[in-house]
Design a protein around this ligand. Sequence first.
Ligand code: SF4
Length: 90
Amino acid sequence: MRVHIAMGKDGGQQGCTGHGRCAVMAGEVYSLDDNGYNIHRGQTLEVPRGLEESARLGVRVCPEGAITVVRSSHVDRPGAEASTGHSRRG
Ligand code: SF4
């Protein structure tokens, strides 16, 4: 499983604005930099096995919708995972 953390406004799209909820709710997956932004913003993060649910929690709690689950051919928007109940690695 991979997740992408979008950049903030400078990236020209909805992205991380530094609310910090991801790190509070799912700190085993997400961390913040010294300015309160997700340290992986602008990057795709490989989620360690066993932490997929925490990664999905981060997707749900981010108020900006900045964290998205990445699949091989597309990016799921927040909430999309709930309809399938699971995802496959790839
Ligand atoms: S919750 Fe969203 S906006 Fe806040 S730090 Fe995490 S990725 Fe950025």
